[in-house]
Design a protein around this ligand. Structure first.
Ligand code: LMR
Length: 327
């Protein structure tokens, strides 16, 4: 009898150990559209490293850069279907889910990333949870940086852009921004930008130095104008049901890691953009145009009417708060 129960106990122990060993780690697929040597690319890799170090065997993070799993247009749908668990779309790509996030695309709204930080730590914070009814949860904001214009023509003043075709992200605000200077915006996914510029489907675009350099846009654009006229920032998002279904200890460790990664990404973003700019200078492919204060004022004046157009959708108070974050 004793022998039999010992044998049973032994078998039960082995069975339980086997189960524990066989328990698969939670797989978090993190897809994005940019290269790895960009602020977002680096952030995704750091998140993977820390998550796998601190939750060994429990969590596995698979990072898919360069639209290799899902590109613009498909990635949100994939998140909602559970085919991918984390994304960090640029804030320009949320308008179908929330109108308020459009605030980040208003031209000449933020003077620098410090102002963006102040806004995101205050009124901007609530936007992270503004899409929960659609099962999308924002975990953090990551910076890329301020946008510069590029074209195959020298752009010193808004009138130089008249009639040119500019690639824009899927954003109504950005469409209006180019219409305001009498240029023609064309929505195009990020993965298509190089070819679009090369074949002349579009004549110019706007982006950060790190996105330009890592996509080799300088090979197909003769001119860059250092306009700092807008922002490329990201919201790291997850599927709310997936996130809330995680074991509380796993979720809180991942939240802690996300907070640490966010500090790191936001600290490094500006330096990454400056070194990308230097690489473009060194490549001698293109001319970089610096604007005089008077020229920059002309761009600002031409683009600012866009604010009024979106005031109703975004909210005048939110715009006022963002503008006040410059002080
Ligand atoms: C773009 O589509 O131009 C960028 O927002 C891509 C990105 O994620 O930085």
């Amino acid at each position: 009898m004793l022998k039999l129960s010992r044998a049973l106990l032994c078998a039960a122990t082995l069975f339980t150990a086997g189960l524990a060993q066989a328990a698969d780690p939670i797989v978090i697929k993190f897809a994005h559209v940019v290269a790895e040597n960009t602020p977002k690319g680096q952030g995704a890799l750091l998140f993977k490293k820390l998550a796998e170090e601190r939750l060994p065997g429990k969590v596995k993070v698979e990072v898919y850069p360069n639209s290799s799993l899902f590109g613009d247009g498909k990635e949100m749908e994939a998140l909602l279907l559970g085919d991918v668990q984390m994304l960090a779309p640029s804030l320009a790509k949320f308008e179908h889910y929330t109108k308020q996030v459009q605030i980040y695309d208003l031209p000449f709204l933020f003077n620098d990333l410090a102002a963006v930080d102040r806004f995101q730590a205050a009124q901007g914070k609530q936007l992270l949870t503004s899409m929960q009814d659609k099962n999308i949860l924002g975990l953090a904001y990551w910076h890329n940086g301020l946008k510069q214009l590029s074209a195959n023509k020298a752009l010193h003043e808004p009138k130089d852009a008249r009639g040119l075709k500019f690639r824009v992200q899927a954003s109504s605000v950005l469409e209006e921004q180019f219409k305001a200077i009498r240029a023609n915006p064309r929505k195009m996914s990020f993965a298509e930008v190089y070819q679009g510029l090369q074949t002349g489907t579009v004549n110019g675009t706007e982006n950060t130095w790190s996105n330009y350099e890592s996509q080799k846009v300088n090979e197909v654009q003769k001119y860059f104008t250092e306009s700092n006229h807008g922002l490329i920032d990201y919201m790291v998002i997850t599927n709310a049901k997936f996130w809330n279904g995680l074991a509380p200890d796993v979720r809180s460790t991942l939240e802690q890691i996300m907070a640490e990664v966010t500090v790191e990404v936001n600290k490094q973003a500006e330096a990454l953009n400056q070194s990308a700019k230097q690489k473009i200078v060194d490549a001698k492919t293109s001319e970089i145009i610096e604007l005089t204060p008077e020229q920059r004022a002309l761009w600002r004046e031409a683009m600012r009417p866009v604010w009024q157009k979106f005031e109703g959708e975004i909210g005048a108070d939110l715009i006022k708060a963002a503008d006040a974050s410059n002080q």
